[in-house]
Design a protein around this ligand. Structure first.
Ligand SMILES: *Cc1c(COP(=O)(O)O)cnc(C)c1O
Length: 234
């Protein structure tokens, strides 16, 4: 049993090293500095022991899909890491979410913006969020459509306890990551379009895009945050 655990831990360490190397290589390939891409380690399928393991290996950012799971894990992990909410958020979970998460990646309705603003205000917080965009047009995907991004942004910036840090997307699951590339490119173009309008004093910086099977293409298209689970905990 002990031997099994040690092997398993060594595997996570090897996987994490491989992922960071892949990130560095993609940055080098696209002429970007490796420190501009943040690795968010997706722990939705990891247990507490596995999370402790990646923390010991230097992981600083973890991503969870569900508020309920994050609450449970937060009780033992606490504020030692930066917490990212990457899954769909229901308005009735917002009060918990603003207490744990530094960045909410999955904001896709004004109802949610309103709820986040209201709950963040109660704890004197300005909540950093990303707007989730459905760049693939797949019906099954969450996120607002590309055409809605500008009007959505114009309304969302009016909420004082919300800070829009950037955009997030999920590419379709395709066998060849090259097929996902147009989604990543589109997200970058949308960010640049919004920034060029100079609608606010600040500009959108973050692009949360790229998962285990497609993060190289995402980095080459300008990702600043990759969300990787399976490649680390497989
Ligand atoms: C699960 C998940 C990821 C990580 O996907 P992997 O394929 O495990 O790397 C990234 N983003 C979101 C929104 C997820 O739900």
């Amino acid at each position: 049993m002990l031997f099994y655990c040690v092997t398993k831990m060594a595997m996570i360490a090897d996987n994490l090293k491989a992922v960071t190397q892949r990130i560095s290589r993609s940055c080098a390939k696209s002429g970007r500095s490796a420190d501009v891409v943040k690795l968010v380690c997706v722990t939705k399928e990891a247990n507490l022991q596995q999370i402790e393991e990646v923390l010991a290996l230097g992981v600083k950012d973890i991503g969870e899909n569900r508020v309920q799971d994050a609450l449970f894990k937060y009780r033992s992990i606490g504020g030692r890491v930066t917490w990212h909410l990457i899954g769909h958020l229901q308005t009735n979970k917002v009060s918990h979410a603003v207490r744990i998460f530094s960045l909410i990646h999955s904001v896709d309705s004004l109802r949610l913006i309103e709820a986040i603003d209201r709950e963040a205000k109660k704890i004197s917080k300005v909540q950093d969020i990303l707007i989730q965009v459905n760049t693939s047009g797949e019906e099954s995907k969450f996120g607002i459509s590309q055409d809605e991004v500008r009007p959505f942004f114009e309304k969302a910036v009016l909420y004082p306890n919300i800070n829009i840090s950037g955009l997030m997307t999920m590419a379709p699951e395709v066998p060849d990551p090259e097929e996902a590339r147009p989604c990543f490119r589109r997200l970058r173009e949308l960010r640049d379009e919004i920034n060029s309008l100079k609608l606010t004093a600040y500009s959108l910086k973050l692009l949360s895009m790229g998962m285990s099977n497609d993060f190289e293409a995402a980095i080459e298209e300008g990702s600043t945050m990759v969300r990787v689970g399976r490649a680390i905990f497989k």
